[in-house]
Every structure is written in structure tokens, then in C-alpha cells.
Design a protein around this ligand. Structure first.
Ligand code: ACO
Length: 327
């Protein structure tokens, strides 16, 4: 049976660093509050970089690391909720930028912070079904454009960035994606959402001119849901592959809050050395978070052949997902 495996990774973040001290200049907040509640010290915010610029940087690195050229790619999937335009998709923009062959399908998936794992799961299904062989999978978000910079309860949490992988067909059953699970519960959308501009209907009086278009979140409620759901998603991926938490070489969780990550690690009985945390430098980059962290551990030499990597995400929708990979 055909399987899929990650053969290249890449990442790209904006140049501008916004520290907690920078935020103190225009918000009623403090480095102490942000660091102790979230683990975030700084984040990147895009000044000149668009979603496709960041995606292109990450994708070029991933394709190069895979030893391929854009001509080899036969499907592009981008996870994002902050595309540069309503349409075309970020994936179509990326196809043009990279010079990927016309007629290769390219589309975006929307699953907020779970966007990358939803895109990876879709890519895996295309490969397993025989419909694709080399898929470029990108997670990118620019939350600096959809948060209210006057709302200290949300804007301090997020940052911008993109990560990418090339997922390839593999015939070796023992390697690559061992299990991949995606889930949604639309009845819980009110915990975390961003109305955007589409709430306004010009033909219906009072239909949204006053709607707050920015990210809104019930932090405490989301926090508790996140810990419970992420721990269950990790167990789901492990059970599906017949493995236990002690078999995990590195847990690469969505970076929403360091306290969520350490609570999940404790529930699973994982040690600090088994968990990847880079939220201190990037904040929550939504769909960019897991592939940015993956690229960091791969390029940092922290991953060796045969290692078991566990990716897990949780985000707006609500959506959650887990993927288990043998490197
Ligand atoms: N600086 C200073 N004070 C602040 C700030 C700030 N930036 N933000 C909030 N406060 C204040 C509040 O006003 C409140 O003050 P009050 O007690 O006088 O009313 C106090 O701090 C406590 O606020 P809480 O919201 O209760 O703080 P909490 O400890 O719950 O931490 C946080 C908030 C960090 C947001 C946490 O709830 C969290 O991480 N939630 C989960 C986030 C998450 O996982 N999101 C999912 C992924 S994101 C995605 O999918 C797009």
C-alpha cells in the first residue's frame, strides 16, 4: 500500500520583531503579564511581507531540501485563514510565484490554527489514493492584520509566519505518516472567531456596519478546551499506530500558549526534552506554527532517522488534529 512521507521542510517569518516591551509603548500590558501567562517574549509582524511572500520563502526552502524543483510538484495545498485576497486562493498565487506547472491543482483549506494539519491530512489522502505523488503543503497566517491592536486580551498572543513541507509518495510501510486525524465541532465556534468584512450585507439595514471584524476569543474557556482536546488528540494518534507516549521522540504542538503545552505534556507524561516550544520567539502564528517549529527542529539537527514525531493542533472552528510521523 502507498504511504506518504515528509521529504523537505522550510519556514519564513517577517523581518520585523515586535517585543513585549514594544507592546508596552501603546497597550496597557507588561512583559511580565505576557511572559508568565503565555511564554511569549516577542513575535514577528509583517510590514512588507504578504501571505504569498511568506509562503514562497517557506516553499522554496522545502522544495530545495527535498532535492526537487517546482516542476516536480503535482498538488499545492495551503492552510490559511488570512489570505491576501478573498480569491484567488493563496495556493494559486503561490503556483504562479513558484512557476509550478499550469493545470496542477492548487487550493486553500480553512481550519484556523489547525490549517496546516488539515492541509497535511488532505495531501496524505491524495497520495494514498494515487491522485498525487509530490504535494507542497504550506501553513501561513498573518494575524497582525485581523487582530484589534487596541485589544490587549488578544493582540499580544499572535504573530505572523509560514512553514512548508513537501509530502511524497513512499512505498516503505514503516516510515512517514503513521496516523493522521482531523476533527471539527462547529457548535463551539463562539469560543474563538473573526467576523471579518463579510458580516456586512449592503441590502440589509443594520446588518453589520457595527460588527467588530477582529479576532474575538473567550480565553479561559478556550484554554480548558485546548488542554483536554489536545491531550485526547495525541492519544488518538498514538493508539491508531499502536504506540505509547514514551515512544514519542518530539511532540510538536501548535504554539498557542506555553502553559497549554506544559499541561498537555504533563498529562501525557512527557519530559521537557520530548517537547518543542518556540512560542517565546514567534507567538501564535496559527497555521504557520507547527511547520515553523518542525523546520526549526529539523534544521537544528534535533531529528534523526527513525524518530517518532507527534504534531497536534487546536484552533478556531473549533478544529483539532493530530499526526504521527516516523522520520
Ligand atoms: N496584559 C495585561 N493584562 C491583561 C492582558 C494583557 N495583555 N490581557 C488580559 N489581561 C487582564 C484581563 O483584563 C484580566 O483582568 P481582570 O481580572 O482585572 O478582569 C486578567 O488579565 C486575567 O485575564 P484572563 O483572560 O482571565 O487571563 P488568563 O489567565 O485566562 O490568560 C489567555 C488569558 C493567555 C488568553 C489564556 O486564556 C489562553 O491562552 N487561552 C487559550 C488561547 C488558545 O488556545 N487559543 C486557541 C488557538 S488560537 C486560534 O485558533 C486562532
Amino acid at each position: 500500500m502507498t504511504h506518504s512521507k515528509i521529504i523537505g521542510t522550510g519556514a519564513s517569518v517577517p523581518e520585523k520583531v515586535l517585543t513585549n516591551s514594544d507592546l508596552e509603548e501603546f497597550l496597557d500590558t507588561s512583559d511580565e503579564w505576557i511572559s508568565t501567562r503565555t511564554g511569549i517574549k516577542e513575535r514577528r509582524v509583517s510590514v512588507n511581507e504578504s501571505a504569498v511572500d511568506l509562503s514562497e520563502g517557506a516553499a522554496n526552502e522545502a522544495i530545495k531540501a527535498a532535492g526537487l524543483t517546482p516542476d516536480d510538484i503535482d498538488l499545492i495545498i495551503v492552510g490559511t485563514v488570512t489570505p491576501d485576497m478573498s480569491f484567488p486562493s493563496t495556493a494559486c498565487f503561490l503556483q504562479e510565484r513558484l512557476g509550478v506547472r499550469p493545470s496542477v491543482p492548487a487550493f486553500d483549506v480553512s481550519a484556523a490554527c489547525s490549517g496546516f494539519l488539515f492541509a497535511l491530512d488532505t495531501a496524505d489522502k491524495y497520495i494514498v489514493s494515487g491522485a498525487a505523488e509530490k504535494v507542497l503543503v504550506v501553513g501561513v497566517d498573518i494575524f497582525s492584520r485581523i487582530v484589534d491592536w487596541k485589544d490587549r486580551a488578544t493582540c499580544v498572543l499572535f504573530g505572523d509566519g509560514a512553514g512548508a513541507v513537501v509530502l511524497s509518495k513512499s512505498s516503505d510501510k514503516g516510515e512517514g505518516l503513521l496516523s493522521s486525524n482531523i476533527h471539527s465541532d462547529g457548535s463551539l465556534w463562539r469560543s474563538l472567531f473573526a467576523p471579518g468584512a463579510t458580516a456586512y450585507n449592503p441590502f440589509k439595514p443594520d446588518s453589520g456596519e457595527d460588527t467588530n471584524p477582529y479576532v474575538q476569543m473567550h480565553g479561559g474557556e478556550t484554554f480548558k478546551l485546548a488542554v483536554k482536546t489536545i491531550a485526547a488528540a495525541c492519544n488518538e494518534a498514538l493508539m491508531a499506530a499502536g504506540l505509547k507516549s514514551e515512544d514519542v521522540s518530539i511532540l510538536i504542538p501548535h504554539q498557542a500558549n506555553e502553559r497549554i503545552i506544559t499541561a498537555v505534556a504533563k498529562r501525557l507524561g512527557l519530559t521537557d526534552s520530548q517537547v518543542c516550544i518556540n512560542i517565546d520567539r514567534y507567538g501564535n502564528t496559527s497555521a504557520g506554527s507547527i511547520p515553523i517549529a518542525l523546520d526549526e527542529v529539523v534544521r537544528g539537527g534535533r531529528v534523526k532517522s527513525g524518530d517518532i514525531l507527534l504534531f497536534v493542533s487546536f484552533g478556531g472552528g473549533l478544529t483539532w488534529a493530530s499526526t504521527l510521523v516516523k522520520w
